[in-house]
Design a protein around this ligand. Structure first.
Ligand SMILES: Cc1cc2nc3c(=O)[nH]c(=O)nc-3n(C[C@H](O)[C@H](O)[C@H](O)COP(=O)(O)OP(=O)(O)OC[C@H]3O[C@@H](n4cnc5c(N)ncnc54)[C@H](O)[C@@H]3O)c2cc1C
Length: 495
């Protein structure tokens, strides 16, 4: 479906057209040139996000009255996908299935997206237990079907489909985007769209041991910068309660060192080892930030990711006053200035961030960082620091967010904000960091016992004491009763 802006808003899909001139008109298949369109009885939304889904009832109503034109997608849900493949295997290259509940329109929207790609076949199947629509690539052989993605957004599912090569929408993509789309698809790349907690923790590990941990002394301005950075991490790296609690301990400890105005290399290392014993990874591998060669991507990628997670949290998830200073950006600036090992990066970043204190407010931090990162991407495009398997694009590419860019390559900022929130918010981060077992070093554990064990012991202890007291009261009262009753009996038994 194309949306064009001149001479009217034209929403064209195949031969059928919806003309939007303040009203919405439907042009059924084979309409004559003089036909001026019919106003559908169904309500059509003007909101670009819901326009597509509100067109579906119009099309379905046409199909129910006139039958389905040959080149329209089949919206009716299927029961047996394998049977369908058998019937169509000669003409169809890729067969996709969207499993969704009956209230979802996503599957039909994806079907509309695939209309221009004749070798794709998309059908939908209803399963009311499914909450978010799930996209599968079906296999005609007996091999298992491949689960690709779960999402409510048709553009997310469509972009995954387009990654499966052979797309005929190439004309709408830049050369770099085509390269990106043609990467062989495996589970790792499907998750390119997501942020991995493993990368965030790997970034922290590198920063704590290989950047801050390399300083002989931390004092004066670098100590203040460290304090601010750790405090902002504690406030805005909200991905795991154990991590937050460790960052809080570190933050408190640094606070106690401010009077002394000194943290030595050994003090820092010892503290990090104790506080983050159970939290930071022991391996040095990146997941989403893994480069095709050892010198590419890795730590700088994870640092950007960390910064984006923090700014998205501070701008959109925390209750910041709109006019607050940009504390996360200021803390990042301090970190880059005093600890980031890449001198050139530091020089360029400080130049960009020269006036952030005055120019940016608390709720604009995420957008400022997004724009600045794109400027860096533009500058580094084609340089040796570009990983050929992850070319530098203006982010998010159309493959990641179809609706974020206009045809003119300019961004739709409101859609970018929504995309950033989705990508960098806690709910969407893949929690793939293996935790090490709690051990005596972790201050939150007591002699090999986890927090849960300790809590359980306390409850058990209180319950036992309560039971003993009850039993004691019971026997005490029984004895008291006996004492009262016995003399009476004695008295009664006397002749
Ligand atoms: C503060 C800083 C400054 C740097 N300055 C330089 C420099 O001057 N010269 C130099 O050679 N290298 C610099 N680097 C390193 C460089 O920017 C890349 O990090 C490195 O080349 C690795 O690139 P990458 O492909 O992993 O993606 P990165 O650019 O590291 O991006 C990491 C991930 O963030 C996402 N992303 C990309 N762009 C955006 C965006 N605009 N908004 C939100 N998310 C986005 C993507 O998913 C990407 O995979 C800097 C790094 C940092 C952290």
């Amino acid at each position: 479906m194309n949306i064009e802006h001149e001479p009217h808003f034209l929403c064209r899909w195949g031969q059928e057209t919806l003309l939007l001139d303040g009203n919405v008109y439907f042009f059924p298949p084979n309409s004559s040139a003089s036909f001026l369109g019919k106003k559908p009885s169904e309500e059509i939304s003007w909101d670009t996000d819901t326009l597509r889904s509100s067109v579906i009832p119009v099309l379905e109503s046409y199909i129910s009255k006139n039958g389905k034109p040959a080149d329209w997608p089949d919206f009716s849900p299927i029961k047996d996908a394998k049977e369908e493949i058998k019937m169509n295997s000669r003409t169809i290259n890729k067969y996709f299935l969207v499993i969704e509940n009956e209230n979802s329109t996503t599957g039909r929207e994806v079907q509309l997206d695939a209309v221009s790609v004749s070798t794709y076949y998309v059908r939908r199947k209803i399963d009311n237990k499914v909450v978010e629509p799930r996209l599968y690539l079906l296999s005609s052989s007996r091999a298992p079907d491949i689960f690709l993605k779960e999402s409510n957004s048709h553009s997310t599912l469509t972009s995954i489909m387009m990654k499966m090569s052979g797309t005929e929408k190439r004309s709408q993509l830049s050369e770099e985007e085509i390269k990106e789309a043609e990467k062989p698809l495996n589970s790792h790349q499907v998750n390119d769209e997501a942020v991995h907690a493993a990368d965030l923790l790997q970034g922290l590990r590198y920063s704590f041991y290989n950047e801050i941990g390399l300083k002989k002394f931390i004092k004066d301005k670098s100590l203040i910068a460290l304090k601010n950075f750790i405090h902002q991490l504690y406030l805005h790296l909200d991905i795991d309660s154990d991590l937050t609690s460790s960052l809080s301990q570190l933050d408190d400890w640094i606070e106690t060192k401010l009077d002394e105005n000194l943290i030595t290399h050994n003090e820092w290392r010892d503290k990090i080892q104790i506080i983050f014993y159970n939290i930071l990874p022991t391996s040095t591998e990146f997941v989403g930030c893994a480069g095709s060669k050892s010198h590419l991507r890795g730590y700088p990628c994870s640092l950007w990711t960390l910064f984006h997670v923090m700014t998205v949290h501070s701008s959109y998830m925390s209750k910041l006053a709109k006019n607050d200073p940009p504390k996360v950006l200021m803390a990042m600036k301090g970190y880059v200035k005093y600890f980031f090992g890449c001198t050139e990066c530091c020089k360029n970043f400080l130049k960009m961030a020269k006036n952030v204190e005055d120019d940016v407010r608390g709720d604009q931090e995420a957008l400022w960082l997004w724009r600045s990162h794109n400027r860096v991407n533009k500058r580094l495009k084609g340089t040796p620091s570009e990983d050929p398997t992850h070319v530098k694009l203006q982010f998010p590419s159309r493959i990641l967010c179809w609706s974020c860019q206009k045809r003119s390559n300019q961004f739709r900022v409101s859609n970018v904000v929504e995309y950033l929130k989705k990508r960098y918010a806690k709910a969407h981060i893949i929690m793939d960091h293996p935790k090490r077992k709690l051990f005596i070093h972790n201050s939150k554990s007591v002699l090999f016992l986890s927090q849960f064990d300790v809590g359980f012991c306390i409850v058990f202890y209180i319950a036992s004491v309560f039971l003993i007291v009850c039993v004691y009261i019971y026997f005490w009262r029984k004895r008291a009763c006996c004492r009262k009753v016995l003399p009476k009996r004695k008295y009664l038994s006397q002749p």
